[in-house]
Design a protein around this ligand. Sequence first.
Ligand SMILES: NC(=O)c1ccc[n+]([C@@H]2O[C@H](COP(=O)([O-])OP(=O)(O)OC[C@H]3O[C@@H](n4cnc5c(N)ncnc54)[C@H](O)[C@@H]3O)[C@@H](O)[C@H]2O)c1
Length: 274
Amino acid sequence: MTVHGTGPVDRSRLAGRTALVLGGGHGSQDGGTVGIGFATATTFARHGAATVVVDRDADAAVRTVDEIRRSGGTGHAVVADATDPDQVEAAVSEALRRTGRLDVVHNNVGVTCLGGPEELTLEQWRATLAVNLDSVFLSAQKTIPHLLRHGGVIVNVSSTASIRWTGYPYPAYAAAKAAVNQLTRSLAVQYADRGIRVNAILAGLIDTPLVYRQLAGGRTVADVRAERAALSPTGAMGSPYDIAHAALFLASDEAAYITGTLLPVDGGLHVRAA
Ligand SMILES: NC(=O)c1ccc[n+]([C@@H]2O[C@H](COP(=O)([O-])OP(=O)(O)OC[C@H]3O[C@@H](n4cnc5c(N)ncnc54)[C@H](O)[C@@H]3O)[C@@H](O)[C@H]2O)c1
């Protein structure tokens, strides 16, 4: 498991590219860890990409960009709600205005919502689909016209929960992420001969603030951490940087012949839960 964001860096890997990370803010500090979007945005920037961090939380977006600049990278913060078509369009325009091009789009926005049909209201169901699924559709809709100019890459953050029961009763989240998978595969084939690659990462049990904020149900950080470690075949949660490094690979030319893939990054969870 990668436990932090340091390590070998090849700044030429994404040099000259622009990466848009939706949901890339550095938000709450729950659990004393960082989000996947923060880990990915800073990793892209450390490998040479001019990185535009989009988040609905302005302070969170600025915190990520501050970290990118502190470590010598190029970053820009943009505020937008990824479920709002006009705001997504404005964010893409702003990214292009700041950087002049668009090469990599990383769709990280997501939210869990515990409860099944007996507990959830229709509004909660729709809101969960909007954040996890509409955000990916809107991002594709607003960025693909620009990616078509010279080719590009879309990386969607999905979940092991899209294909397996992972221990949490959140069918709205699981259904939304399953739809993200098939949207990924569908777009991959549709644009394969026009220079756009589309892949998804199926993240497993990852140690991010979300799990303490949205899945704790009143339990302590230590209890949540122990429970999720026990659920993982490796005996530990993954780090957000495990997801970031997979995204870096998929975004790079090393993955030039990879499209339509759903890549599990979960310490083997999807195998055991089969
Ligand atoms: N943490 C895990 O174990 C895990 C497992 C599988 C998949 N994932 C997925 O990874 C992604 C990131 O998860 P995380 O744990 O880092 O979560 P997080 O809550 O730490 O990060 C999500 C970011 O998205 C932003 N965001 C949320 N809704 C938004 C909206 N409508 N518009 C713009 N920004 C918005 C938040 O402000 C936050 O900065 C999500 O898609 C999540 O479903 C996480």
